[in-house]
Each structure stands twice: as C-alpha cells, then as structure tokens.
Design a protein around this ligand. Structure first.
Ligand code: GRG
Length: 281
C-alpha cells in the first residue's frame, strides 16, 4: 500500500501551472479587440488543469522532477485544451452558455473575439513548446533535448489536430450520434482522448522515457482519455451508452490504465492516483 497523497501533490502542481499561465499571459499595455483579455478570461478561470498535470505526472513516473521548461511545456497543453473549450462552446458547435463557472467566452466578448482568442491560444501553445525546447537546450547544451522537443511538438499537433481532437469534433458534428459502444468509444478516443494521449506522450518524451516506458505511458493516456469521457457522461447524465455500461467501461478502462503502469515504481503514484480518482470522483 502506498502512502502517496494526491491532494498535496495536486495543490503544488496546480499552483505551478497556474503561476506560469498568469505570469506568461500578461495583459498588454494595448489590447486591440480585447483579445488578450478574452484569452485570460477563459484560461485563468478555475479549470482542473488535468492535462498539464498528466504531463508532469508522466515525467515524474520516469524520474524527472519538473523544472521551468517542463512546466512551460505542460502549460502549453493547457492552452490547447482551453482553446478547444472556447471553440466547442460557440453557437455553431455545442452552443453553451457557461463554462468553468462563468459565462462562456463568446457570451462575454462576442463570437468573433472568442474565435480569435481560441486561435491565439492554440498558436501560443506551440510558441511555448518551442520556447521550452530552446531554454532546455540552452541549459543543457544537449542536441538530443531539441530533438525531444520536436517530438513533443509533433505529439501535441497530432493529438490536437486533424488526426485527433479536431477530427473527433468533425465526426461528432457531421455524423449521427453513435450507438454501439465501439462507436461511442472511438469518438471519445478522438475528441477527448487524443489530447490526454498527447499529454502523456509529451511528458514521457520530454523526460526521455525509454521505448517500453513511453509505450506504457501512451497506453495509459489512451485508456484514461476514454474513461474520462465515460466519467463525464455519467456526471452529465448524457447517456450515449446505458449508465450501467458506462460505469462498467469506466472501471474496466481505469483498471487497464493502471495495468499499463505495471513496470513503474512508486514514482508513478501520481498517475495511479489520478486514474483512481476518475472512478472515485
Ligand atoms: C477543436 C473546435 C474544436 C473543438 C474541440 C474536444 C472538443 C472539441 C472540445 C472539448 C469540449 C468538451 C466538452 C469535451 C468533452 C471533454 C470534456 C468534458 C472536457 C472538459 O474537460 P475538463 O473537465 O475541463 O478537464 P476543465 O475546465 O476542468 O479544464
């Protein structure tokens, strides 16, 4: 039995991420069209910061304690997530009025600014990831560090874009509601899971995980992502599958995520605890 406690770990890591987000996206002296205000409005609202936490937890599992470049890379994943929320809430997408406990971005700033705020968050994510690579390179002088950051850029771009999250959104909007469990989980893997998968990949690549470790962490991310969607559907009472089926799959996938971590020692406890929390709430 491990004596790891998730709550203090979450508090520390969330504070680290929150500090980077607030300090790096400062209100400029001049803010045409209230663009940065709109970006800060959604980004600094209270989110769970799960995706950057998973980046840090994946790196920790292979023995890397967070430093400034790693935290910046983790924060970049949160920027992508925040963009997806702003765009997902737009009238032509999910048409939502509230997000993170406040009116949605377009309700406050208008649709055009909300679109631009999302666009700017998405592009800023890649700027931060590149900057993380440059400062890690400068600190170590190791060319392999640059190579690892290029792999992280690829992982995030693929997870976010046309073979991941955006593809899932396109499927969701363009196809009838899925009925079979297989179709429900394929949609969840793309729309929700791809960014979680990318978070695990970014963390493991930047921590220089070995091939078997990286494969295991990515597998954890895949199971976690689909389990997360089942958990979210259960909370929202959004019954794409029956409640019983969703609950069963949530348990099965959480266990599969834990099994994927079998080759890791206690340093993977944050990941294990995050997976268990999906079921325990
Ligand atoms: C790419 C245009 C475009 C849209 C992206 C995947 C997606 C489409 C949007 C995400 C919106 C959404 C409601 C996805 C389902 C998964 C989900 C519940 C996300 C919310 O994530 P949390 O709970 O949010 O981690 P916080 O606010 O805590 O970060």
């Amino acid at each position: 039995m491990s004596d790891f406690e998730l709550e203090p770990w979450l508090r520390t890591r969330r504070a680290e991420i929150g500090t980077i987000l607030a300090a790096r996206l400062v209100p400029p002296a001049e803010d045409p069209g209230r663009l940065v205000e709109a970006m800060r409005y959604s980004l600094l609202a209270p989110g769970k910061r799960l995706r950057p936490l998973l980046v840090l937890a994946a790196a920790e599992a292979v023995g890397r304690e967070p430093d400034e470049p790693l935290r910046l890379a983790a924060a970049a994943v949160e920027l992508v997530h925040c963009y997806s929320l702003i765009h997902d809430d737009l009238p032509d997408m999910d048409d939502d009025d509230f997000r993170r406990g406040q009116p949605t971005n377009h309700k406050v700033f208008g649709e055009a600014t909300a679109i631009l705020a999302g666009d700017a968050l998405l592009t800023l994510a890649f700027e931060w990831l590149a900057e993380a690579g440059a400062s890690a390179m400068a600190a170590t002088g190791d060319p392999l560090v640059a190579q690892r950051h290029l792999r992280a850029v690829t992982a995030l771009a693929k997870g976010a874009g046309m073979s991941g999250m955006v593809r899932g959104q396109a499927r969701d909007l363009g196809e009838p509601r899925p009925e079979s469990l297989q179709a429900v989980e394929r949609l969840a893997a793309e729309k929700t899971g791809a960014l979680f998968r990318a978070a695990l990949e970014v963390g493991s690549v930047l921590a220089d995980a070995g091939p078997a470790q990286e494969e295991a962490l990515v597998r954890f991310g895949e199971h976690y992502g689909v389990a997360f969607q089942h958990a979210d559907d259960l909370v929202d009472e959004d019954h794409v599958t029956t409640q019983t089926e969703a609950r069963l799959r949530l348990h099965v996938l959480m266990q599969a995520a834990l099994d994927a971590l079998s080759l890791f020692d206690r340093r993977a406890e944050p990941l294990r605890a995050l997976a268990r929390r999906l079921v325990d709430g």
